[in-house]
Design a protein around this ligand. Structure first.
Ligand code: PLP
Length: 372
């Protein structure tokens, strides 16, 4: 298999698997129990927490572990609404956000929160003038992602944060596709990340919270994570996340340079006839979302079963619905249906990527001939 679906998930790094092994095989103590073994597990979790915080590299806050980035985003939004000062009842977000943000915001809208979903331009970028016009003293949260999962487009989070803070609003950023891939923007008060997008294990995420802006708990119980997120932590998952974060921190520039070379090679190998969806200038280059007139993307996936790539987000691919992100860019139904996402990263070789792109281009031309 040629794996080109790095936005859906990433292969677990060998260093991560090795770090996790003892915590799966022998060291099974509950990290919240007072025994010597419990203390050892708790200490390992604290090392992992520091490693994740170092990779995030934002000042003035801490990380709490969660079961996923989806949970972290739900917590950030719902827990902040719960603590909202009187008179602040508005959330502003963007049409291209991940479902973990959009669906949570819609749900909160049903609970009485005043929700504004801002459009993006043809390139997938948020218009800051539009945001400026919407900001007022009633805004509680501005939620904008750093790097889009479907089209790789980056949003200007530092500027967004400065503007939101002027009216006293908090900024939440989904940095799931940004961590380890680009330098995180400074400014947000709440940042959600996920281990499995940085070569760590699935089933663990984290919420970075600026001191004083911790959301009210979403999950109640044993009072773990300073009473903010109850539930026994998994030392194996935390240690795996920590090891992945350490690697991401050490290798960020090297991985980025590699991915940039891969992008150039892929664009060249695909040849003419393909259009890139989303901004090229403001983009993480490990995401190549492309379309081609007349191509049926679902058929391409069926024709090339040994290449793992996708139609958009893993969630959108399963639903059969056209991607809300591509629609937000202004693509019509046909254009969305002829779009595919190639995602590559640390372990992708140029040889396999070029091979996959040649085969994709050939399969697309064959489709055109059959349909002619
Ligand atoms: N946000 C973005 C941008 C994502 O790409 C994903 C995963 O697809 C998530 C949130 C959800 O992350 P998790 O799988 O940890 O719930």
């Amino acid at each position: 298999m040629i794996y080109l679906d790095y936005q859906a998930t990433t292969p677990v790094a060998p260093e991560v698997a090795q770090a996790m092994e003892p915590w799966i095989e022998e060291k099974f103590a509950n990290p919240h129990s007072p025994s010597r073994w419990g203390h050892e597990a708790a200490a390992a979790i604290e090392v992992a927490r520091k490693q994740v915080e170092k990779a995030i590299d934002l000042k003035g806050g801490n990380v709490a572990f969660t079961g996923s980035a989806t949970e972290a985003l739900n917590w950030a939004l719902k827990g902040t609404v719960e603590k909202a000062p009187k008179g602040r009842n508005r959330i502003i977000t963007v049409a291209t956000e991940h479902a973990a943000v959009l669906d949570t915001c819609e749900w909160l809208g049903g609970q009485g929160v005043d929700l504004t979903i801002l459009p993006v331009d043809r390139e997938g970028r948020l218009d800051l003038d539009l945001l400026e016009r919407e900001l007022d003293e009633r805004v509680l949260i501005v939620s904008v992602m750093m790097v889009n999962n479907e089209i790789g487009v980056r949003q200007p989070l530092t500027a967004v944060s400065e503007m939101a803070h002027k009216v006293g609003a908090l900024v939440l950023s989904d940095a799931v596709q940004a961590l380890g891939r680009v330098e995180l923007c400074h400014g947000p008060d709440l940042v959600a990340v996920s281990a499995h997008k940085i070569h760590g294990p699935k089933g663990i995420g984290a919420l970075w919270m600026r001191k004083g802006h911790e959301p009210a708990p979403l999950i109640h119980g044993g009072g773990q994570e300073q009473g903010l997120r109850s539930g026994t932590l998994s030392p194996a998952l935390c240690v795996g996340f920590g090891a992945a974060a350490k690697l991401a921190d050490e290798r960020c520039t090297r991985d980025f340079d590699h991915v940039q070379k891969l992008w150039k090679a892929a664009v060249h190998a695909l040849g003419p006839g393909w259009i890139i969806n989303g901004s090229i200038a403001h983009r993480y280059p490990g995401n190549l979302n492309i379309r081609r007139e007349g191509v049926d993307a679902a058929r391409l996936i069926a024709d090339l079963r040994d290449i793992a790539f996708s139609l958009g987000s893993a969630c959108a691919s399963g639903s059969g619905r056209p991607s809300h992100v591509l629609r937000a860019l202004g693509l019509d139904y046909r254009e969305s249906r002829s779009s595919i996402r190639l995602g590559f990263g640390r372990y992708t070789t140029q040889h396999e990527l070029v091979d996959a792109c040649h085969r994709l281009a050939k399969a697309a031309v064959e489709q055109e001939k059959l349909d002619a």
